[in-house]
Design a protein around this ligand. Sequence first.
Ligand code: COA
Length: 136
Amino acid sequence: MDKIVYTSDVTSIAAEQLTGFFVGWPNPPSSETLLRLLQASALKVLAINQPKNQVVGYITALTDGVLFGYISSLEVLPIHQKRGIGQHLVQRILEDMSDLYAIDLVCDPEVQLFYERFGLKHCSAMIARRYDKLFP
Ligand SMILES: CC(C)(COP(=O)(O)OP(=O)(O)OC[C@H]1O[C@@H](n2cnc3c(N)ncnc32)[C@H](O)[C@@H]1OP(=O)(O)O)[C@@H](O)C(=O)NCCC(=O)NCCS
């Protein structure tokens, strides 16, 4: 099985390394859009398989660096799931935000148990989704 390395440095990442994500999205954003998302996120961790050098998982967070942090995205490619990669990504980003008062995220009910492993608690939320703003 490939070795997985983790990095927060996206400066040398190319869109070609970011294929296969947004599984199940009716109009999935492109690899180029994912690269922009990673570059623009305040915090990120990538899981990269070696020697193929493909990104197989990523997590991003937005933060003011003072009190609040928001985990904005997390995904592991299906064939690499259940290997501990998602858990490692969450642990890394929580460490990066360990000085903050609040860590928030929005998720589907199927993933709540996964996040509870890290001490996160269920809470109600208010959201908006503007599908016309999704980039292909
Ligand atoms: C959720 C996700 C990131 C988990 O990644 P993963 O690499 O498969 O997770 P891990 O292998 O690190 O799992 C760690 C543990 O959590 C458990 N787990 C994984 N997904 C779970 C889920 N949805 N519900 C409950 N437990 C879960 C695993 O069984 C494992 O338990 P173990 O240590 O007792 O064996 C992955 O399934 C995924 O990308 N899903 C699609 C996108 C998504 O839902 N992202 C979250 C958006 S908020």
